[in-house]
Design a protein around this ligand. Structure first.
Ligand SMILES: *[C@@H]1O[C@H](CO)[C@@H](O)[C@H](O)[C@H]1NC(C)=O
Ligand SMILES: *[C@@H]1O[C@H](CO)[C@@H](O)[C@H](O)[C@H]1NC(C)=O
Ligand SMILES: *[C@@H]1O[C@H](CO)[C@@H](O)[C@H](O)[C@H]1NC(C)=O
Length: 484
């Protein structure tokens, strides 16, 4: 066994055992009857399960996750079974003064809302993304997942588009697209009409395999990268259409005004590629940061009420990723960072800025030193008006976290649904990821590079307008003079 696997095994053997037993029970207990296969796929193959497992486990669990995905050979549920009771599911589209507007109706509860745009670096318009040239009553388009898991439920956001996800390799010739997660020499593209799609939800640092031999091999990538038509991020930002915009109050001032604590950091990996732990350690010298997690004294298991302290106690949420890679933003920011009454702090502005609401976060690399960052955070704690300005975006924007539990309209602009849409385009659009090794394998900063620059004050930084504003500088300086 490799050292990683052994470490992983030692740390998580009990959990693994419980998971294995639960899995077997679900699979074989007769009381679950014929519904079982769908349950199983739902539990193990939507994108989030893999995310969550990765979040909760230490080390490099993706090996394990992917192995189980690869070994999966559950039955495929025909679309007719899935569309039962779903007649009214097709989200209506409407026009607003000639502008395309889309109604999002979250299955997981909550009011429907209308959007007019989504924040992405991809240049397809919202209307293009949400318009599929599908035909009914003909053979569905087929996405074959070669060794990348997933199943029909992943098309839940676009059941009306007539596509299928299959995992039977003998369907290679019929497939319009094939998704692969690991190199497999036995896979041969049928012809140039068939899309070959790379699947990875991990950052290139942790995905392990760079496929340097596969230059110009992939057409699309299904993962967090936005610069591919099959992008499938962990969350996204929408611009609300006028009918869904909000007026103040935009945050709960009863909660926010009672906050007393500095920042919270929830962490399971103790040491990371980004060396974010070194930045947090330095920040702690100047600013109170409570650290929760596997290798720390404070504990707060995921999805338990103690997480509410993010709404009630803490002013800032440390949302540092384990690696600094192009477009790599995980649930840390999309879920805890934006779905709480809290301001997220990220490492690098340029990575998140294209995808998140304006003035919604604090970036460490805007500051020339950690003490300067600490002063700014202390100032915001002392001035609740300035603090509250970080929620102004909520009037016009909304952040959607794709938690993978509900395959609904929120997934329609992304991932599987977009592959489905592309499979129906005629003539087939050409998409090629040129020089995959460059595109994927070289899309991360070297380990600890940013942390080193931040800690030595050598970030080539163009401080954000906000922090550089002379009036604000004076205010922060005044505040710090009076509160040494
Ligand atoms: C999007 O960008 C690609 C490449 O830069 C270009 O070929 C394509 O025409 C653009 N599409 C739109 C809708 O602008
Ligand atoms: C508090 O913040 C508000 C809004 O940014 C600003 O107008 C005000 O001058 C600040 N007050 C102090 C005492 O710095
Ligand atoms: C897919 O990629 C291959 C290899 O680069 C290319 O030859 C083919 O034309 C592409 N097919 C489509 C449909 O984009």
């Amino acid at each position: 066994m490799s050292p990683y696997l052994r470490l992983f095994y030692n740390k998580w053997k009990h959990l693994l055992l419980i998971v294995a037993i639960t899995y077997l029970c679900i699979l074989y207990l007769p009381i679950f009857g014929a519904q079982q296969p769908l349950e199983v796929t739902d539990q193990s193959h939507h994108l989030l399960s893999a995310h969550q497992q990765n979040i909760q486990l230490t080390g490099r669990p993706e090996v394990v996750v992917k192995k189980s995905l690869e070994e999966y050979h559950g039955p495929i549920i025909p679309p007719s079974k899935l569309t039962n009771n779903q007649e009214n599911e097709k989200p209506p589209e409407s026009l607003n003064d000639g502008k395309f507007v889309f109604k999002m109706d979250p299955k997981g509860g909550g009011e429907p809302f209308y959007i007019e745009d989504i924040m992405t670096s991809m240049n397809t318009t919202l209307k293009e993304r949400l318009t599929c040239k599908n035909q009914q009553n003909v053979k569905p388009k087929i996405l074959l997942t070669w060794n990348a898991g997933h199943g029909m439920e992943n098309l839940g956001g676009c059941r009306d588009w007539n596509c299928m996800v299959v995992n039977d390799k003998s369907k290679l010739n019929e497939a319009d697209a094939v998704m692969i997660a690991f190199d497999d020499p036995s896979f041969k593209r049928r012809d140039s009409e068939q899309y070959t799609i790379y699947f990875s939800q991990e950052s290139p640092m942790n995905a392990g395999w760079h496929m340097s031999q596969r230059r110009d091999f992939f057409n699309l990538s299904l993962g967090f990268r936005h610069d591919t038509a099959a992008a499938s991020p962990y969350g996204y930002t929408v611009k609300l259409a006028p009918q869904s915009r909000k007026s103040p109050p935009l945050y709960d001032s009863l909660l926010v005004d009672k906050k007393t604590k500095g920042a919270a950091w929830f962490v399971s990996h103790c040491g990371t590629n980004s060396k974010r732990e070194n930045i947090v350690a330095k920040l702690q010298e100047y600013f109170p940061v409570d650290i929760y997690g596997g290798c720390r004294k404070l504990k707060c298991p995921r999805n338990t009420p103690c997480e509410d302290a993010l709404d009630t106690d803490y002013h800032f949420y440390i949302a540092f990723e384990n690696s600094i890679c192009k477009d790599y933003i995980t649930e840390k920011l999309w879920n805890q960072g934006y779905r709480r009454e809290i301001i997220p702090v990220v490492l690098k502005r340029s990575i998140v800025e294209p995808f998140v609401p304006p003035k919604s976060f604090i970036a460490v690399d805007d500051f020339s030193s950690i003490p300067e960052l600490a002063n700014y955070l202390k100032y915001l704690m002392s001035n609740k008006t300035a603090y509250g300005e970080f929620f102004n975006w909520r009037s016009d924007y909304r952040v959607v976290f794709l938690n993978g539990a509900n395959h609904d309209a929120l997934e329609r602009p992304w991932g599987f649904c977009q592959v489905c849409r592309l499979m129906w385009e005629s003539p087939r659009q050409r998409h090629i990821i040129e020089d995959f090794d460059q595109w994927w394998g070289r899309s991360c900063e070297h380990d600890g590079e940013l942390a080193r620059k931040i800690l030595t004050g050598t970030v080539e930084n163009k401080p954000a307008l906000e922090v550089n504003n002379p009036n604000l500088r004076d205010r922060i300086n005044n505040f710090n003079k009076n509160n040494p």
